[in-house]
Design a protein around this ligand. Structure first.
Ligand SMILES: [Zn+2]
Ligand SMILES: [Zn+2]
Length: 395
């Protein structure tokens, strides 16, 4: 283990709404319960974009990024089960390991973790990153938009040799969140009928989670025809244009007699969440996954909610502890039941991080990943939408 700090390159956000700056930052040596990881890939999630836009407030400057995968290169003195050279994906739900929530396998509810997350530090200590002008915050207990990261050992989950690291990065949030909402949070019943609202990176995973659970009808609701088409490949039985007011009115009108058994709302937009509640049948469940900007209430008709006995359920990070959910997901992938390698539609070098953010803001592509290996390579969608590798076109 290296006892001294190292220097690494990172994309640093200094002010909300500003472009990132690629800077050399200092990374302290891992503490006794931490590891240092050489990152190979980091996915750009909508919550990174929301954070960069200041939708939730966060200590600044910050290194964002909470979907990462790479190779362990230094291990703290008390760490067991991880070794140098081990391939890992990173999780932003390490938990403290000792509170009531962590002990029952729900680290996402761990208040100590949430406090550390809000402070921009790790559960195991201070933020490991320092810039020229002082400390730099981590994001979601990680900080994956960098070539290296020091994280709590509990955030590093070993992955099999055969798993592509770009794929593994996306498993860290989009897959856990989408598949987990379907198979763990609301445990979609076989033969049920449901809709996924928002068919981006998380949405197509909710779709395939529903497919794995044996849902009979899975409708992808999205304004983008491309995204509806992607959703079909991941298992949606059909799509509906969420921007078509007549179609949405028709779904609302039939809800009392013939509504969906469940909906999963993956976008943090008030109108989408309201729609998700209003198109479920009496007794149906609306599961909300998308993060709303802070202090933005959603108007829900409480008379309908009570008289129809509808349920609204929040789901964070697939509910279950990642150390248990990830192996389930990888086993489903190995059996061919879950498509994972098809999720990465674009890849950019670290220097092009703002292009990746622009793509995500514009709802283009399925999932953009930063390629943090030397040289970087660019992957663009084929005409039909999903990944094909091309030689580098990086700046
Ligand atoms: Zn995310
Ligand atoms: Zn805890």
């Amino acid at each position: 283990m290296t006892p001294t700090p190292i220097v690494t390159r990172a994309a640093v956000l200094h002010a909300f709404g500003d472009p990132h700056r690629i800077e050399e930052v200092e990374l302290r040596a891992p503490g006794p319960d931490e590891v240092r990881v050489r990152l190979v890939a980091a996915g750009v999630c909508h919550s990174d974009v929301g954070a960069a836009d200041g939708e939730w407030g966060h200590p600044l400057p910050v290194v964002l990024g909470h979907e990462g995968a790479g190779v362990v290169e230094a291990v703290g003195a008390r760490v067991t089960g991880l070794r140098e050279g081990q391939r890992v994906m990173l999780s932003s739900a390490p938990g403290c390991g000792t509170c009531a929530h962590c002990l029952v396998g729900r680290p996402i509810r761990c208040q100590a973790s949430l406090a550390a997350m809000g402070d921009g530090r790790l559960t195991t200590g201070s933020s490991p990153i320092t810039g020229g002008r002082g400390p730099i915050a981590t994001y979601s207990l990680l900080a994956c938009f960098a070539e290296r990261a020091v994280v709590a050992a509990r955030s590093a989950i070993p992955i099999p040799d055969g798993l592509d690291l770009q794929t593994a990065a996306v498993v860290g949030c989009a897959v856990l969140t989408g598949v987990g909402a379907a198979i763990e949070t609301i445990q979609i019943p076989a033969g049920s009928r449901g809709a996924v609202i928002g068919a981006g990176g998380v949405g197509v995973n909710a779709v395939q989670g529903a497919r794995v659970r044996g849902a009979a009808e899975i409708v992808a609701l999205d304004p983008s025809p491309d995204r509806r088409e992607w959703a079909r490949r991941f298992g949606a039985t059909h799509g509906e244009d969420a921007a078509d007011p007549d179609r949405m009115a028709a779904l609302r009108a039939r809800a009392a007699e013939d509504g969906f058994d469940w909906t999963i709302v993956t976008v943090g937009v008030a109108e989408a969440i309201r729609l998700g509640v209003e198109i479920v049948r009496p007794g149906g469940t609306c599961c909300v996954v998308g993060l709303m900007p802070q202090d933005r209430p959603v108007p829900i008709d409480m008379l309908d909610l009570v008289t129809y006995e509808r349920r609204i359920v929040g789901s964070a990070y697939g509910s279950l502890t990642p150390a248990r959910l990830v192996p389930r997901i990888l086993a489903l992938h190995a059996s061919g039941a879950l498509l994972l390698d098809e999720l990465v539609s674009h890849s950019f070098p670290l220097e092009a991080i703002d292009e990746a953010f622009a793509l995500s803001r514009g709802a283009g592509g399925l999932r953009a990943v930063l390629d943090l290996t030397d040289g970087g390579r660019s992957r663009v969608p084929t005409a039909s939408g999903l990944g094909r590798s091309t030689p580098t076109t990086a700046p």
